[in-house]
Design a protein around this ligand. Structure first.
Ligand code: MF3
Ligand code: CO
Ligand code: CO
Length: 275
């Protein structure tokens, strides 16, 4: 059985209980989500051959300093950076460093700012120069997977409907869905209930109710779905070294559908489909 509780009264919650947020939470998430989206927009022009991922990390940190956003990943479980930078076969949680971007790389930047205590979590793909056709196709499939997941995120559906929509589409395109990382509730907490699997069976899992706030963040591989973690304890890579892509929005369930908090003000969310 699934239980839900008013987010205001949920400071100490039993595991598995899903918080339902009111207008205050939605307003807070809008503000945090928009600052994150603005920073991800700002980074577009900085992603080019010769730039190192640590430089991008520095830019995201400074943008937060200037605009009132604290990177949630700084000192999170020992993580020491403002963003994750995942290149090519890196699935997620790539650590910024000296690695210099090269023509043809596909980069995911994942950023979460905390603004007034609320977490705006989003990630996008950044092509470095001209891409191979298969890299371009993977990015398109990944964005469409997220779009299908968001379309299923409506009241009365279940979390399993979201996962099933993503999996059905992605596997139909001869790509695979990573199982090891999931979307998550968020709000005043970075990672909260519910878990949003990017695969699954329609009609299973908790029912979606107005006030639920969570991310959808599918990781899609050209090859097999399996990942391994490198010795740094963070970097997840495809076991078969095939390309992987990811994109992520934070959204809230409304009475009639959902509200995406991390839409790009510049229309730059999907690099293969500039608005
Ligand atoms: N932003 C990631 C997410 O989508 C979490 C990154 S945690 C880190 O949930 F420590 F690796 F940065
Ligand atoms: Co994220
Ligand atoms: Co997330």
């Amino acid at each position: 059985m699934v239980t839900y509780v008013d987010a205001d009264q949920s400071r100490k919650r039993a595991p598995g209980v899903i918080p339902l947020h009111g207008e205050e939470g939605f307003a807070g998430m809008r503000k945090a989500g928009q600052l994150t989206a603005k920073a991800l927009d700002m980074l577009v022009d900085h992603v080019r051959p010769g730039v190192s991922t640590i430089e991008l990390d520095q830019l995201a940190f400074e943008f937060g300093q200037d605009h009132g956003g604290i990177p949630a990943t700084l000192l999170y479980r020992g993580y020491r950076h403002s963003i994750c930078t995942s290149i090519n076969h890196v699935v997620c949680h790539g650590i910024p460093g000296d690695r210099v971007l090269r023509e043809g790389d596909i980069l995911n930047i994942d950023l979460t700012y905390v603004v007034d205590g609320w977490h705006g979590d989003s990630s996008r793909m950044y092509p470095v120069g001209q891409l191979s056709r298969k890299a371009e196709r993977l990015i398109r499939v990944t964005y469409e997977s997220l779009a299908r997941g968001i379309a299923a995120a409506i009241p009365g559906n279940t979390t399993g409907d979201i996962g099933a929509a993503i999996q059905t589409y992605a596997e139909g395109e001869r790509t695979s869905v990573v199982r090891d990382f999931v979307g998550h509730g968020l709000g005043k907490l970075f990672h909260d209930e519910p878990n949003i699997l990017h695969f699954g069976t329609p009609g299973t899992g908790p029912e979606l109710k107005p006030g639920m706030i969570f991310t959808i963040e599918p990781m899609i591989n050209l090859g097999r779905p399996h990942v391994k973690i490198l010795n740094d304890g963070w970097t997840a890579v495809t076991r078969d070294r095939t390309l992987s892509a990811q994109c992520e929005h934070s959204l809230g369930i409304t009475e009639t559908g959902n509200e995406i908090f991390t839409n790009s003000p510049g229309g730059l969310f999907n690099p293969t489909d500039p608005e």
